[in-house]
Design a protein around this ligand. Structure first.
Ligand code: HEC
Ligand code: HEC
Length: 228
């Protein structure tokens, strides 16, 4: 009889322990990340919100990122947007006033997570998905062909805002030279076909790309990976 009570008590304690662990995990994003990131779709997606936000939106992270990249980046975050999440706030005139330079002091380092927290955060982020933003299978996974990099660098002007090579001059948009590791190709296709679908006020212009260009650009971007 005693033994049975003891077992029941231990089982109850075990379950409570597990629940506490799960609750703690679920709290990670709301305790350590929401000060800077939206993890649910903002009710008021105004220009003011975009201007004031401290980090990129994560409420569709599961539609956007590759999980292995998240696990690794969260432990060793590197700069993705040279000018921070709001470029205009970090730009200042150069000493001779002939050009704009980025004031690195305006771009703080990202918090670093332990391996365990990074794994937990990546799981939670991958579960954040929004229906209708990204179409699975939109990218046909065909080679971009010889024109793809030309489209990116010259013909469609992506390099005026995005870097395709590490060490290129810093730009206003997120760097693309690690995009093949970082982003899901179907997200890239969806984003470049209509950036305003992700945020009505985002300052990446809608470039009116044809489906053929979307496929070529997505293919090219997906090959951009950082050499380790
Ligand atoms: C003090 C503000 C701040 C906090 C707190 C913060 N972040 Fe960030 N986060 C940023 C900024 C700013 C960027 C953009 C960095 C860049 O582009 O170089 C960013 C970028 C990211 C990215 C890449 C997003 C993208 O679109 O490229 C992920 C993923 C991320 N943060 C996850 C987290 C998680 C998970 C937490 C909580 C454990 C967290 N962040 C806490 C400010 C913050
Ligand atoms: C005028 C500057 C500008 C031009 C030109 C531009 N972009 Fe962007 N792009 C941005 C900015 C800024 C963002 C980030 C927007 C945000 O966080 O709301 C972005 C975001 C992206 C993203 C999502 C990446 C991420 O990490 O969130 C992709 C993919 C992308 N751009 C690809 C392209 C391609 C391909 C082209 C050329 C066809 C292009 N962009 C042209 C400024 C630009």
């Amino acid at each position: 009889m005693r033994l049975r009570i003891l077992i029941a008590t231990l089982a109850a304690l075990g379950a409570a322990g597990l629940e506490a662990g799960a609750a703690q995990a679920a709290d990670l994003l709301s305790q350590q990340c929401v000060a800077c990131h939206a993890i649910t779709k903002p009710a008021n997606a105004s220009l003011e919100r975009l201007w004031e936000r401290k980090g990129p939106d994560l409420y569709y992270a599961g539609n956007k990122f590759n999980k292995p990249w998240l696990v690794s980046w969260l432990q060793n975050p590197t700069t993705l947007r040279a000018g921070g999440v709001m470029y205009a706030k970090a730009v200042k005139p150069s000493a001779d006033k002939t050009a704009d330079v980025i004031d690195a002091a305006q771009v703080p380092a990202h918090p670093k997570l332990s391996a365990a927290d990074a794994a937990t955060a990546a799981d939670l982020l991958m579960a954040l998905k929004v229906d209708g933003l990204v179409t699975p299978g939109a990218f046909k996974n065909e080679a971009g062909g010889p024109m793809a990099s030309m489209l990116f660098s010259k013909l469609r002007g992506c390099t005026s805002c995005h870097t395709a090579k590490a060490g290129d001059k810093p730009t206003s948009g997120p760097e693309m030279y690690s995009a093949g590791d970082r982003l899901q190709p179907d997200f890239v296709h969806a984003y470049i076909s209509n950036p305003q679908k992700f945020d009505a006020h985002t300052w990446m212009p809608s470039l009116g790309l044809t489906e053929a260009d979307l496929q070529k650009l997505t293919s090219y971007i997906s090959t951009l990976k950082e050499k380790k």
